[in-house]
Design a protein around this ligand. Structure first.
Ligand code: ADP
Ligand code: MG
Length: 282
């Protein structure tokens, strides 16, 4: 067995202090093999984003280890962490907030290349164009600014920018949650393709148990900062052990279920699924 790319053990993250102390992540452990994809699902406030932020040091862990490629990131000073930072990249729910409105798509994607020391402007521009092409944006997109793109296109720019840093691990925090169902499927396709073709490793965070199946083989279910269930995604979807997980599943309208079906047919199928579930739960 080779060492997992990411090995998180006993992770605890607390916010505030004294009477305001709040434990957002409580003793969470998981591993992601190189080239693997782990999904973290849970209701709003369950601690998903806090885990993501701890991985990229947007918050400091209170306890536990975050061993990435053999190095415990939790123990590193900011200075020691710096050369490793590019290897773990985040894709956020709303890239709009993090895309500089004054820059063109090409400039946005070229920025991390400059930060990593690529001094030739022409090389940066060419590489940025390649990356935008890779996420399915046309050449005509190169010189447009964020406001001129749709939500799905902006998310593609956010992914291209993350790729510019040549990461090993991509942490996607609700990366498709704000998108329409059909656009969501396109972005999921891009992410699945990156894993398949480039061997990228994924931590895929979502409140939607339905979308994780497209991109993750394993899932970890989080509730109030604790892991309540984990296993192969298909297993957890088919036979959730916890009522909490069943609830998550129930609130999901799967893209595959929706596409190509008439609304009335869809309503009937969902009703049937719910009945089957309540029978199974009884
Ligand atoms: P999720 O991403 O699953 O919705 P979060 O990780 O954002 O959950 O939040 C987990 C818990 O931590 C919630 O109770 C939230 O209110 C709290 N929390 C998140 N960020 C902060 C913060 N900066 N300060 C204090 N509490 C926070
Ligand atoms: Mg969140």
């Amino acid at each position: 067995m080779s060492q997992p790319l990411l090995d998180v053990r006993g992770l605890v993250v607390e916010y505030g202090h004294g009477r305001d102390l709040h434990r957002a992540v409580d003793d969470v452990s998981f591993q992601v093999p190189r080239g693997g994809s782990l999904a973290v699902v849970g209701e709003s406030g369950s601690g998903k984003s806090t885990i993501a932020k701890a991985l990229v040091r947007l918050v400091r862990p209170t306890a536990g280890s975050i061993v990435f490629d053999g190095v415990d990131l939790a123990q590193l000073t900011d200075r020691r962490l710096r050369p490793l930072r590019h290897r773990v990249q985040m894709v956020f729910q709303d890239p709009y907030g993090s895309l500089d409105p004054h820059l063109s798509a090409q400039e946005i994607v070229a920025e991390p290349l400059a930060a990593r020391g690529e001094r030739s402007r022409r090389v940066r521009e060419r590489r940025a164009a390649e990356l935008l092409d890779q996420v399915g944006l046309p050449t005509s997109a190169l010189h447009r600014r964020p406001a001129e793109f749709s939500g799905g296109q902006r998310q593609r720019i956010g992914i291209a920018r993350a790729l510019a840093s040549e990461p090993d691990l991509l942490v996607c925090d609700e990366a498709t949650s704000a998108l329409d169902v059909s656009v969501q499927a396109q972005v999921l396709d891009i992410l699945a393709g990156l894993r398949r073709d480039q061997g990228l490793t994924f931590l895929f965070i979502s409140h939607n148990l339905g979308v994780v199946r497209a991109v993750s083989d394993e899932v970890l279910v989080l509730r109030t900062g604790r892991v309540v269930e984990r296993g192969p995604t298909t297993e957890v979807l088919r036979r959730p052990r916890e009522e909490y997980t069943r609830q998550l599943r129930r609130s999901v309208l799967e893209p595959a279920l929706i596409s190509g079906r008439k609304p009335r047919d869809l309503v009937r199928r969902i009703a049937a699924a719910r009945t089957a579930e309540s029978v199974a739960a009884a």
